[in-house]
Write a protein that binds this ligand. Structure first.
Ligand code: NDP
Length: 297
């Protein structure tokens, strides 16, 4: 059996088209342009690429894109002042502070200074609490993208056994909360889990968010399971260049799974698409308008 490949790149295009449709309606019918502000502190090359892509895609769907690029010597006081200004700015509906921040800045303090209603990354402690208690919240983009792909694949997820490998605050834990919200029976595995292989073999839905290249082989995958590979790992090739691989050994897993996301081209492209979706959702909520269907958890 060879698994169906879940094309995250194509799915992200449909999400962005939906977002663009909602943006066009908001502009035409309500005279409102959703606005996203991205704050980058320092010169981290990977972060610069992410921020550039976010800005480009924000404009492509018709939203206002504002970028604040600050020196890596920026004080916490100045950064908090900027966030306070953005919190008060009616043109801005979403605020994202690109992580990681330089060491002298307290990430938790900075993230928790964002207005939770504008926290489109869903990392503010209020949004974490709302998600954990099954209330309306801003949902972290990567797990939201995974959930959208799983719903598309399965329709209802109710009663399925889901195993999430990884318990980080940005992927593993919110992913588990979302799967629980969709009535899966959820197991969260991590570095101390005993017999991880056996735990994984029980999964109808296996989400890998570890950051270890190809650590999950095909014989850990239940035949017919849906595998969502969040991992993005760069490994050396024989020619001295590098390539991206996930946390799952794709070559062996694709022979066993029912459906699987590739790396690259799976979860990755969905993350920015969900950031745009969250910004439209935040804009609708801020203006008391109905939320866009199919773009929220
Ligand atoms: P973290 O490093 O924060 O968390 C990794 C998790 O994996 C931890 O909970 C850790 O367990 C667990 N883990 C580590 N080693 C093992 C092991 N041998 N067996 C079982 N569990 C293990 O990573 P993130 O959650 O931030 O990211 C995970 C991956 O997803 C990375 O490759 C990252 O690049 C990628 N990513 C991709 C995104 C996308 O857009 N596609 C977005 C965000 C992340 P413990 O807690 O016990 O240490």
């Amino acid at each position: 059996m060879t698994a169906q490949i879940i094309d995250g790149k194509a799915f992200a295009v449909t999400v962005r088209e939906k977002v663009a449709g909602h943006v066009a309606r908001l502009v035409e019918e309500n005279g409102i342009t959703p606005g996203l502000a991205v704050v980058l502190v320092g010169e981290d090359p990977a972060s610069q690429v992410y921020v550039r892509n976010k800005g480009k895609q924000t404009k492509e769907v018709g939203m206002l894109s504002v970028e604040h690029r600050l020196a890596d010597t920026t004080s916490e006081e100045d950064l908090l002042k900027l966030i306070d200004d953005l919190n008060k700015d009616p043109k801005i509906h979403g605020i994202l502070v690109q992580l990681p921040l330089p060491d002298h800045l307290d990430s938790d303090l900075v993230i928790n200074s964002i207005d939770p209603a504008k926290d489109v990354d869903g990392f503010h402690i209020s949004n974490v609490g709302l998600l954990g208690t099954g209330q309306k919240s801003m949902v972290p983009c990567t797990p939201l993208g995974c959930l959208m792909m799983l719903r598309e694949q399965h329709g209802s997820l109710s009663g399925l056994n889901a195993v999430v490998v990884g318990r980080s605050n940005i992927v593993g834990k919110p992913m588990a909360q979302l799967l629980l919200g969709d009535s899966c029976t959820v197991t969260i595995a991590h570095s101390r889990t005993k017999d991880l292989a056996e735990v994984c073999r029980g999964a109808d839905i296996l989400v890998a968010a570890v950051g270890r290249p190809q650590m999950i082989p095909g014989d850990w995958v239940k035949p017919g399971a849906t595998v969502i590979d969040v991992g993005i790992n760069r490994i050396p090739k024989e020619d001295g260049k590098t390539r991206l691989v996930g946390d799952v050994d794709f070559a062996s897993a694709v022979e066993v799974a029912g459906a699987i996301t590739p790396v690259p081209g799976g979860v990755g492209p969905m993350t920015i698409a969900c950031l745009l979706a969250n910004t439209v959702t935040a804009c609708c909520r801020a203006n008391g308008l109905p939320e866009p269907e199919g773009l929220t958890a």
